[in-house]
Every structure is written in C-alpha cells, then in structure tokens.
Ligand binder design. Sequence first.
Ligand SMILES: Cc1ncc(COP(=O)(O)O)c(C=O)c1O
Length: 408
Amino acid sequence: MAPYDPQVVAPFFPALSANGDRLYLDSAATTLRLRCAMERMGKFYGESSNVHRGLYRLSEAATEAYENARSLVGKYIGAETSDEVIFVRGTTEAINLVAHSWRRTFPKRGDRIMVTVMEHHSNFLPWQLAADEIGADFDVCGILENGELDMDDFRKKLSPRTRMVAVAHVSNTLGTINPIEEIVRLAHGVGALVLVDGAKQSDAGPIDVAKLGCDFYAFSGHKMFAGTGIGILWGRKNVLEAMEPFQLGGGMVERFSGNNSQWQQLPAKFEAGTPNVGGALGLAAAVEFLMDFPWEDQFNYFLSIREYFERTICEFDGLRILGNPALKVGVFSLVSDRFHAHDIATALATRNVCVRAGTHCAQPLCKKLAVPASLRVSFSIYNSIGDAQRFIEELHWALEFLNLRMAS
Ligand SMILES: Cc1ncc(COP(=O)(O)O)c(C=O)c1O
C-alpha cells in the first residue's frame, strides 16, 4: 500500500491554497475547514429552515438532514443508538452539561471526583466547581517526567468513593495519548463513571466509544475540520436518561405541568432551544470525509515527522520539548531558556508561520511543570514533513533575530 501523502488531502482544505506561503501549525487550537463542511453549511443557510417545528417541506427537510447528521456521527463514533448523540456548542459545553446535570442527579457529600493535571481548563474547572458544590473530594492525578499519566498515582487516588473520572483522550499541550481503556477498566472497577475529553483526538485518530468503554465522550467540530459552535456529547443511554436536563426551554418539554413538567426523551431532553443545524450538517460532512480515513497510515507518517522534529529541536541550544511520552499525536510544546514563547511566536508570525504561545488553557499543567508559557507547534492530517522542515528553518531565523535584537 502507498504511504500516507498529505498532498492527497490538501486540496480538500481551501485555506491551504488561499495564502501560498502560510504555514499553519496551530491545529490544536482549531483545524482548517474541509471544503465539503463549508459547502454543506452554506447550502443549509441558502436553502433551509428550522428543525423540529414546521409542518412544511422546508422544515421537514431540515429535520431529516439534522437527524441524519446525528445518525452519521453516532455511527462514526460507535454509539449504540443515535439517541446517545447530543449536539452541543463544543467540548466545553458538553463537559459543563455533564458536570451540571450529573451532579444534580447522582453524587453526594463525601464522594470523590478525579481529573488529571494535564486537563484543559474545560475538563478541570467544571469538576472542581462540582466537587465544591457537592462537598466531594477533588483528586488530581499527576504525570510522570515524560508527560505520561502517572498510573500508580491514579490507582492510589482511585477509591470506592470515586464517582467520576474526567480525563483527556489526548493532552492539548503534551500530545500524550492516554490509556483510556485501562482508566475505564480501573474506574468501573470501583463503580465510577468516566468522561473522556476527546477534543484533541478528533483530528488525530478514530473515535470508538464502544471500544473505549467510557460513559461520556466530548469533542468539537472546529477541531475536526468543521465549523465553530458545534460539538458532540456522547453519553451512555441509561446514564443520560437518569440525568436531569442541563438547560430548560423550547424543544425539550414533553408536557408542561407547573413545577412538575415532563421532559422529552433523548436526545431532545438535552437540546433546549434552537440548535446549530448548519453546524451539525457541516460536522456530518466532515465525518463523511473521515469515515474511511487511513488513520493508521497517517499516524505512521506522523511518526516520521516526530522523529525529525524531536531530533532537530535537540540540536538547538537552550530549547526543549515538554514531555516525551511513548504515544503521542502531533503536538509539541517548546520552551526556550532564553526567550519568552510570545516573542518567538510574534517573530514567527512575521514570516507567516502560525503557531500558539501561552498556557494553552492548561494552567494546572504549566504550574506543575513550572513553565510560564510554551510555544505550541501542532500538526494535522494536511501537514507534511516539508512543513516541519520549513518550521525548523523559520525557528532558526526567529531565534537569530531575537538574539540580534537582544544584543543591540
Ligand atoms: C483538550 C481540549 N479540551 C477541551 C477544549 C475546549 O474545546 P472548545 O473550546 O471547542 O469547547 C480544547 C480546546 O482547545 C482542548 O484542546
């Protein structure tokens, strides 16, 4: 079989040809959009109406397309039924939904909630607040020096009182791929539920909730080649059914009855208000594109980028990559002992190189690693080894430029 070639997918991303010499290495923040996703959204806004309301053809067609999008996403992620697929604004909303609704339904004072120190704020703060409000203990699993989860610490902190474990599938700062199946096995062993933040997995590999065995999985369309303001919460049907709704309003009421109203069945119970129909259709178009994507070939190709990137970064004086986990995706966070990450990113921006500097909404991790900021370089399916080579050349230029400026 031919090896993976990013040039084959590049024509599907209009942004890549829109500005010839731009080097986009910020896909961990947001991926470039697929043409098919943009066209599907445009078609919806050009030709369609609202869902679940009208009795006329335009609205019925929108409802049909919206529910087909749900079925397709469900199939892509291995959901048992499309009722388990809730359209939300993104990963952040999905996690807040669970943290809010679950805590109104299940846990009690003295229970425990566990997250990890490598979580994005979206999968840290809602649980910290939930623990506070319930009177639960809040455990934070640590990491090893190489940026992998410290599974001994995980086992130590896991207790029969742990009711929820919330963990990233992939760290948005270190790129570490976490051992979700093992985490689920251990957590289920003590009766805890597991929520997986899949935001950084969605452009880097397949999602299979049945194989992972988790109870909730969240991801965002804009990190999966589709639009902003759309995402997915998948949840195990019996757990979602037992949970209270998140928001109240139109579309989720079965029967109004004073203070004792009845809610709609799944998924409508969790989709109050007018949904982002265009976004859902765009996400479905991206999913169609990814259905038979050669993830394994792409991952093998990424391994050659990783080998080149890590070897060449080592040759720079005073520059290091945070973490070196055995299994990781295309995210490298660099720390210079001479220059602030923002200065390097600003210099690179003048050369049309798009990377991210800062704490990447993962301040617990930055605190733990004692780094005020890092320069995050992230690769996706359209990036080539040539992109890595160009980045290294531009980085040489940027550091030389900053050195000269410092000397003058
Ligand atoms: C690992 C991870 N989790 C959660 C989020 C939040 O995603 P969103 O802003 O799309 O809700 C991000 C976004 O950067 C992320 O990388």
